[in-house]
Ligand binder design. Structure first.
Ligand SMILES: Cc1ncc(COP(=O)(O)O)c(C=O)c1O
Length: 375
């Protein structure tokens, strides 16, 4: 059985390091906060070059805390991508805001700066840009748009801790940036976890306050906040993984390159074919725009005939996922929201996307050998 993400092989590879780090925390008697969590925050700061890092309970919590710190109020409009995981839009709605769904670029699948510009109105307060599948959207234009309209920018880098754009690290582009340590993420822990990143001293203070019940001084609560903390065991696991993270990223990128070569050759060979499996239909990987490196949180292709490609994957015993089967504006929970136009690229992508197994422990040679027999 080929796993979609081989977290067990990763655990085996660094097992003695994990066991020591986990045991040290258990023996320390310090399970929430403390030196291991602080150590992780310092290492994340050094990795990205960010001044303030606050770890928290999950990527979703990080988005909620970021929106609260930036002062979202009921009725505020926030521009989010139409094609992504639900969390950004969900967090806006839960705080009484109104998500406005922007279309994506048809090749990179990232939120489109032109579509953001078109959605800015009187009630717009901010933008949440998502680094989809591990690659950043065009932050030069997005930041300029946010600045020109006086909007704040949250960078949702849940899928892209470790990515770069023009030499700058992901998690440095927003007024507040966030990531997720969900186990399947490129840098994942063994439960839920997340972090917020900012260069701004005032925002950092607010973030810490909100994440800790609105309290800086014990039993004095300045605002109603929430309880969102990364526990020390998760921090210990993450510190082990962070030591191997750059090597893992290199392997992920090499795996992606092998897939890219396979699909380029396959598309060339299949040109003009018109057989029962619809082998003439193109299968094109998500484009990585120039100036970017991806973490390949997902290796996702756009298949003209996704049904037939999925059948081939099933026959070859290769697991796959659909990220994501519908644009967000079609989700039942957002049905009350007015959508001014059809986001054709988001709709089209949701019909074509198929994600393949991807991590530093994925045997891509084996997957490609199986695909060659099937296609
Ligand atoms: C783009 C994006 N944002 C936010 C989240 C939420 O992260 P978490 O699962 O840690 O709450 C995810 C998780 O998959 C995500 O993909």
């Amino acid at each position: 059985m080929i796993p979609f993400i081989n977290v067990r092989a990763q655990r085996e590879a660094y097992k003695s390091e994990f066991l020591k780090a986990e045991q040290d925390v258990l023996d320390s008697g310090c399970y929430i906060g403390g030196p291991v969590v602080q150590g992780l925050e310092a290492e994340l700061a050094a990795f990205t070059g960010t001044k303030h890092i606050v770890t928290c309970g999950s990527g979703t919590d990080a988005l909620t805390i970021a929106l609260m710190a930036l002062g979202i109020e009921p009725g505020d409009e926030v521009i989010v991508p139409d094609f992504t995981f639900i969390a950004p839009a969900e967090c806006v709605m839960r705080l009484g805001g109104i998500p406005k769904f922007a279309d994506i670029d048809s090749e990179t699948l990232q939120i489109s700066p032109e579509e953001i510009e078109a959605l800015v109105g009187e009630k717009t307060r901010g933008i949440i840009a998502v680094n989809l599948f591990g690659q950043c959207p065009d932050y030069k234009i997005i930041k300029e748009t946010a600045h020109r309209h006086g909007l704040w920018l949250i960078e949702d880098s849940a899928q892209a801790f470790g990515a770069t754009q023009n030499g700058a690290h992901a998690c440095t582009f927003g007024d507040i940036s966030i990531t997720s340590f969900y186990p399947a993420k490129p840098l994942g822990c063994y439960g839920d976890g997340g972090a917020l990143f900012t260069q701004n001293d005032e925002l950092a203070k607010k973030i810490r306050l909100i994440a800790n019940h609105g309290s800086n001084t014990r039993y004095v609560h300045e605002i109603c906040g929430l309880n969102s903390r990364l526990d020390a065991i998760q921090a210990a696991v993450l510190r082990v993984k962070l030591r191997h993270f750059k090597d893992e990223l290199n392997t992920r990128r090499e795996n992606a390159r092998k897939y890219d070569v396979f699909f380029a050759e396959r598309n060339n060979a299949a040109k003009g074919a018109n057989d029962a499996n619809d082998n003439g239909a193109k299968i094109v990987p998500q484009k990585i725009a120039s100036g970017n490196t991806s973490t390949y949180a997902q290796y996702t292709v756009l298949a003209d005939n996704s049904e037939s490609f999925i059948k081939q994957l099933d026959n070859a015993g290769i697991p796959h996922c659909i990220h994501y089967p519908a644009p967000l504006h079609e989700q039942p929970c957002f049905k009350e929201l007015v959508q001014d136009k059809v986001n054709t690229n988001a709709v089209e992508a949701s019909k074509k996307v198929v994600s393949l197994p991807m991590c530093a422990f994925t045997d891509v040679d084996e997957i490609i050998a199986r695909l060659k027999k099937e296609m």
